[in-house]
Structure formats: structure tokens, C-alpha cells
Design a protein around this ligand. Structure first.
Ligand SMILES: Cc1ncc(COP(=O)(O)O)c(C=O)c1O
Length: 445
């Protein structure tokens, strides 16, 4: 029995009632499967700053932050004001406004020398989906290479080997098999999506050899954040870059989670490796659904109406999202904000390591600037999804409910997610979180 589940149920009767109603109307009672957690998902009633309140009025310090999207924190007054101001003038025109140019300019400034032009979407998945279409259009080739355990959104060609397949289906460690991780995919999804393990350049090189002349692009999240947090080994991203250049393939840096979050210029700035196309979302929308893809001018000029790679969308570059994103990036996420968020995340990660030592619980804590992760039962840093998946997931469940019951949403709602900091978290939040963490560890040790 998972530690803390009974207590969670005792504290959340309104949440349970809301879920029982929703579950009759909406599959699983949730908008996305990741929001579902046994025995029933949390239902949120309100949020502000670093805090959210559930329907039962319980308060939580939030480090899930909608899977790292809420960089500015909840209901940030600067962003609320920008949204209100825009809403008074309309929320959708189906025709352009100057706001998209302003936000594009800010993104291009942050990704100078990498992104010359940007197109906006509503979400990360539309950005990655269109990026792979662009790679295929630009090269006239079919195969996309992706990393096992990396998640790029629920599009058919990328719902491959995201980590859901049983052990007997995934192939050997040095030669992963492409697995269809959803019913309803065409065979073409696995046929044209080659899969390799993260941090292994030999496998990447072999994938190019096996699909000689047909690799349109490689899509890579520069540090994994959906298989636990796994940074790239030194030289890995450079090696992928070199292979893509040599073989004429498009390198797609999926920075949906990391972009404009771990640094002003995201993973590109942090690791200094330049993709041909960068996909963005989450942080760039300031809490409103916005995604984007951008890259070198000659590639982006292949997007319709300039070129023949189609990109459509009723809600693309809608003024509400553009206004929120612009306020977030230009007014909230200053250079100082990134520094402060990194300082707080370092305090949190260091304090977690101290508490683990103190209580004798085995776990590895990893930090990348403003976000981090924890692997229970692992002493060292895993370097790919298969190593990460050996973590003690039962212990993670104990930690999840143990922390909820102590007023902290410790991270996104699964072991393979991350904890992240917002611009509204404080030292006091970190102090309280560390106290809760140590208490929780003592209870689950
Ligand atoms: C790295 C990465 N790419 C793409 C996506 C898909 O983004 P969205 O959920 O906005 O469609 C996600 C979602 O978490 C992600 O983490």
C-alpha cells in the first residue's frame, strides 16, 4: 500500500466528488492522461504565486508548475494585467497583430544566430509535428531519428518508443526497436521513426547508416525531462550536430520544456550547440497555450505561404497568447529572474541531497539551472531512459503522496517528470519544502 494515500483521500473529499462526476463525462476525468493518478487526480480550485489550492482548500507549494510551463508562477500580476488589457480589445481576429512580431523579435534576440524566423502554434506538439514536416520537406527524405524515452507530444510519428512498451518489445540495449506507444498508429509511424538511446553517438551514427541517405532529421530534447531529468554527456550534442551537418539532416532541438526556462536562450544558450530548428512552448506563453518553431531563414522560408511545407491554425499567434507571452518574456523573465530561480533551485537540490544523506534514503537528485529531478533507488545519474527506468517507482509514489500531505506538489505527477522553480518562489518556500521533504523521508525510509 502506498504511504499517504489514505491521508490524501481523507483530505480531498471534494476532489473525489469532482472526479466521480467528471469521470462520467470525460475519459478518466482528465484533459490529458498524465493528469490522472490513482486513486483519483487532484482537482485545483485556485492558484497564486508559488501556491495552488485544491478544491478542498488545501494549500500546496507547487513545483509541478504545469509540467514546468508556469515559469512566471501562478496568476502573475504582470501577466494577468497583459491578458486583461488584451481581452478588452478582443481575443481572436484570424488576422495578424503586431504582438506576434514583438514576441518573435524577443525569441529571436534570445536565440541569436540560431532562430532567424519563428512561427507560432498553440502547443508543443504542433511545433514538433510541423518541425518534422519541415525537415522532410527541406530534405526530401522520410526518416526521423528520435531518442528512446523522449516525449515530443502526441503526434503519430513521435508517439514511438516514448517509454511505454513492455521490456520484451523494446529490443536490445545497443539496438532499440521502434515501438508504437499508442493504438491507432499506422505502420509508417515506426517504419520511418528510427530510435536510439540518449547519450550514445555510436547508435546515432548507426541509425544514419541503416537509413543511409534517408534521414530527414534528428529530433532531440537536449536534456531529457520526460524520462527523469538526464543531462547530455559532454560532447553528445556536439556529436549529433556534427552528424546532422555531415549527413545533410535537420537537427531539431526540442526545447518545449527547456526553452526560455533554464536560461534566457534555453538549452541552446546553456549547452552552446545550435540546432537547425528549435521548438518552443510552455515558458514562451506565460501560462497561456502558445508554441513555436523557429530556425534558419532558408529553412523557415519553406513554410507556407513562402514555401510548400504547410502550417495552418485558427488560433496561431492569437493575441491573448502573444500578449501573455510577451509580458512573460520581456517583463517577468529578466536575466535577474533566471539567476534568482537558479539560486533557489540549487538551494532546493542541495537541501534535498543533505536530507537524503541524513535519513539514509537512497536517491539521486539532479539539477539543470531552474529545474531538476529525483531518482529513488539510484545512487548515480542515469544517462539514458533504460537506466532511469530502473528507479524505485513504488518509493516515488510514497514520496508523492507524502509530500502532498505536507502541502507540497513536489514535481510533475510521475517519476519521469521534473520539479521546477518559478519567478514567484521564495526562500521561505524552499525552507518549508525542505522541512516537508525531510519529514517525508523519515516516514518512508
Ligand atoms: C520536450 C517536449 N516536447 C513536446 C511536448 C509537447 O508539448 P504540448 O504538451 O504543449 O503539446 C512536451 C510536453 O510536455 C515536451 O516536454
Amino acid at each position: 500500500m502506498t504511504y499517504g494515500v489514505d491521508e490524501y483521500q481523507r483530505r480531498t473529499p471534494k476532489g473525489r466528488a469532482a472526479w466521480e462526476r467528471a469521470a462520467k463525462l470525460i475519459p478518466g476525468g482528465v484533459g490529458s492522461a498524465i493528469q490522472f493518478k490513482q486513486p483519483y487526480p487532484m482537482y485545483i480550485g485556485d492558484s497564486r504565486g508559488s501556491r495552488v489550492w485544491d478544491l478542498d482548500g488545501n494549500e500546496y507549494i507547487d513545483y509541478s508548475l504545469c509540467y514546468a510551463a508556469m515559469v512566471a508562477g501562478h496568476a502573475n500580476p504582470v501577466i494577468v494585467e497583459a491578458i486583461k488589457r488584451q481581452a478588452e480589445h478582443g481575443t481572436l481576429y484570424g488576422l495578424p497583430t503586431t504582438l506576434a512580431g514583438d514576441l518573435a523579435e524577443e525569441i529571436i534576440r534570445r536565440y541569436e544566430g540560431v532562430i532567424d524566423m519563428v512561427r507560432f502554434t498553440q502547443s508543443g506538439v504542433e511545433a514538433t509535428q510541423t518541425a518534422i514536416r519541415l525537415a522532410r520537406a527541406a530534405t526530401g527524405r522520410k526518416t526521423i531519428v528520435k531518442i528512446e524515452g523522449q516525449y515530443h507530444g502526441g503526434t503519430d510519428h513521435l508517439l514511438v518508443s516514448i517509454g511505454g512498451a513492455p521490456a520484451d518489445a523494446i529490443g536490445p540495449d545497443d539496438h532499440p526497436r521502434s515501438t508504437a506507444d499508442s493504438a491507432g498508429l499506422l505502420p509508417a509511424s515506426t517504419e520511418y521513426t528510427a530510435v536510439v538511446q540518449f547519450n550514445d553517438l555510436d547508435q546515432m551514427g548507426r541509425a544514419f547508416d541503416e537509413h543511409d541517405g534517408d534521414v530527414a532529421g534528428v529530433i532531440v530534447e537536449p536534456a531529457m525531462t520526460n524520462g527523469g531529468v538526464i543531462p547530455p554527456l559532454p560532447g553528445y550534442l556536439e556529436g549529433v550536430r556534427e552528424l546532422c551537418t555531415r549527413k545533410g539532416a535537420v537537427m531539431i532541438m526540442d526545447e518545449v520544456k527547456l526553452g526560455c526556462r533554464i536560461a534566457p536562450g534555453g538549452a541552446t544558450e546553456h549547452w552552446g550547440v545550435k540546432g537547425d530548428v528549435v521548438t518552443l512552448a510552455k515558458a514562451i506563453g506565460g501560462g497561456v497555450p502558445v508554441g513555436a518553431f523557429g530556425g534558419r531563414r532558408e529553412l523557415m522560408e519553406q513554410i507556407s505561404p513562402l514555401g510548400s511545407a504547410v502550417h495552418f491554425g485558427t488560433y496561431n499567434a492569437n493575441p491573448l497568447g502573444m500578449a501573455a507571452g510577451l509580458a512573460c518574456l520581456t517583463k517577468v523573465m529578466t536575466d535577474d529572474a533566471y539567476k534568482e530561480m537558479t539560486r533557489l533551485t540549487t538551494r532546493l537540490a542541495d537541501g534535498m541531497r543533505d536530507a537524503l544523506k541524513e535519513t539514509g534514503v537512497a536517491a539521486h537528485v539532479v539539477q539543470v539551472n531552474t529545474l531538476g529531478g529525483i531518482f529513488f533507488g539510484l545512487e548515480g545519474q542515469p544517462n539514458n531512459f533504460r537506466e532511469a527506468a530502473k528507479n524505485d517507482t513504488a518509493k516515488w509514489d510514497d514520496y508523492w503522496f507524502g509530500m502532498l500531505n505536507r502541502g507540497v506538489i513536489p514535481m510533475g505527477s510521475a517519476w519521469f517528470e521534473e520539479f521546477s522553480m518559478s519567478a514567484q518562489h521564495t526562500d521561505e518556500d524552499v525552507d518549508r519544502t525542505l522541512q516537508a521533504f525531510e519529514d517525508c523521508l523519515r516516514a518512508i525510509a
